[in-house]
Design a protein around this ligand. Structure first.
Ligand SMILES: NC(=O)c1ccc[n+]([C@@H]2O[C@H](COP(=O)([O-])OP(=O)(O)OC[C@H]3O[C@@H](n4cnc5c(N)ncnc54)[C@H](O)[C@@H]3O)[C@@H](O)[C@H]2O)c1
Length: 442
């Protein structure tokens, strides 16, 4: 099949590459010239395990190509995938500007019956708006050509995106049109060989399914974080409680790990967008609002623990941070708890030495100029940043931090204090080794 994808971010790039891997002819379009130039040279702008090799191989086989100009490619294809960003707007709503821009481009170019697949996470009713924009453009051109807008939300997770795309739990397809359903089944047939993973439903149901899924996962995280806060006050270990409830199959172990808050490009903005949709619909989203409130306080928890230990004035204090990306396996730092924690510590006078295996260049893009002498970033040796530090803060649970040399850590630091924002270490072991240990709800 000939496929054109708009947007070469985490979703567009993985989707395009995986469809090419299955033998389709894929053109990826982006407005970011630098990104496209890099991709043409085989340089992948994001860190996603396994992606670079797959891109290079599919480019070599001429199944995958990249471009900034959309008109030529659009005319050679009849399947268009929208995978552009839908960032948070001023009032928490999803900003649909990029989606609508792509819809306009498609309307300006299509000449034959086409399927327009929306993979971006968008509020209920967006497919109708995309439909109208394309229709308006066709009318302007005086062209009468059929097209069908399908909702096909994406559920991949960064860090495991290729596997999630190749072996999805389910493929949600929102369409009421029989021809579109048939094309979508064909498009995804290679990903549904073992058993049928397709869930075909109404367009609006598909649009809401994505938000409901992310909101449910965020709710689980905020729930366990609330339980962890209670554990802290009651002086009991939330990790025992976590195992106690996770073993119940109705609850499960996933997404009930306490920590210093969820971040990323999806959960925070999607919870906000769903709150916005609910309020607009006259519903008071009490649960979603609480999920959001708990997460905000969770990002501040470690800073409060530090203030308790050292006082509110951190001038002259030096802290080491392990992990900056919003989670392991990605260089994505959007809404990362690390950024909130760093900002608060620097504002209180601290100096930060931070290590992350892949996100340093991303962090450099966003740190404000006044911080230049207050934050130092490293991606090689995780131990070299510990020299003379007052405490070590574990913020992202990369595997390389999981079982470190604690004796070396203790010898290098000024004072052996660990703030474990991901409950990775054993409080008992660390206390026996002479550390002061502060976890989340432990
Ligand atoms: N990142 C994830 O893990 C994930 C998972 C599931 C769903 N989603 C959703 O998928 C969508 C995309 O997310 P992402 O993280 O891949 O975004 P991203 O920000 O990484 O990438 C978006 C890309 O779209 C490009 N773009 C903007 N306007 C364009 C246009 N008119 N034509 C062509 N390209 C254009 C941008 O330059 C950018 O490269 C969002 O709605 C997001 O919520 C993301």
């Amino acid at each position: 099949m000939n496929i054109t994808i708009f947007g070469t971010g985490y979703v567009g790039l993985v989707t395009g590459t995986c469809f090419a891997e299955m033998g389709n002819q894929v053109t990826c379009v982006d407005i970011d010239e630098e990104k496209i130039n890099q991709l043409k040279k085989g340089v992948v702008p994001i860190f996603e395990p396994g992606l670079e090799e797959l891109i290079q191989e599919n480019c070599k086989q001429n199944r995958l190509n990249f471009t900034t100009s959309s008109s030529v490619e659009v005319q050679n294809s009849n399947i268009y995938i929208i995978a552009v960003g839908t960032p948070m707007g001023e009032n928490g709503e999803a900003n649909l500007k990029y989606v609508f821009d792509v819809a306009k481009t498609i309307g300006e170019n299509i000449t034959e019956e086409s399927i327009i697949i929306n993979k971006s996470t968008v509020p209920v009713g967006t497919a109708e708006k995309v439909n109208q924009i394309i229709l308006d453009e066709l009318n302007k051109r005086n062209i009468d050509c059929e097209f069908h807008v399908v909702s096909n939300p994406e559920f991949l997770k960064e860090g495991d995106a290729i596997r999630d795309f190749m072996y999805p739990d389910r493929i949600v397809i929102g369409t009421e049109n029989e021809y579109a359903r048939k094309v979508m089944c064909e498009l995804y047939s290679s990903f549904s060989m073992k058993y049928d993973r397709l869930l075909v439903m109404g367009v609006k149901e598909a649009e809401l399914t994505k938000y409901a899924a992310n909101a449910m996962l965020a709710t689980k995280i905020s729930f366990i974080n609330e339980i962890a806060t209670l554990c802290n006050t009651l002086e009991i270990d939330v990790d025992e409680v976590r195992k106690g409830i996770g073993s119940d199959k109705r609850i499960g172990y996933s997404f009930i790990y306490p920590g210093c808050g969820y971040g990323g490009s999806c959960f925070p903005k999607d919870v906000q967008a769903l709150i916005h949709t609910s309020i607009e619909s006259g519903i008071d989203p009490v649960i979603l609002k609480a999920v959001e409130v708990r997460n905000t306080s969770q990002k501040e928890l470690m800073v409060n623990q530090i203030f308790e230990e050292f006082g509110n004035d951190l001038s002259g204090r030096k802290f080491a941070i392990w992990g900056l990306s919003f989670k392991p396996g990605t260089n994505d730092i959007r809404e990362a708890p690390s950024l909130v924690i760093i900002e608060k510590l620097i504002n209180a006078g601290a100096i930060i030495y931070a290590h992350d295996p892949v996100s340093i260049s991303e962090v450099k893009k966003v740190i404000p100029e006044p911080w230049a002498k207050k934050i130092f970033l490293f991606e090689e040796n995780q131990y070299e940043i510990l020299e003379n530090t007052d405490a070590l803060l574990l913020i992202t649970e990369w595997k390389l931090y999981r079982n470190p040399d604690f004796l070396q850590i203790k010898e290098t630091m000024k004072s052996p204090i660990i703030f474990d924002g991901r409950n990775q270490y054993s409080p008992k072991q660390l206390r026996e080794l002479g550390f002061t240990y502060k976890g989340i709800g432990r």
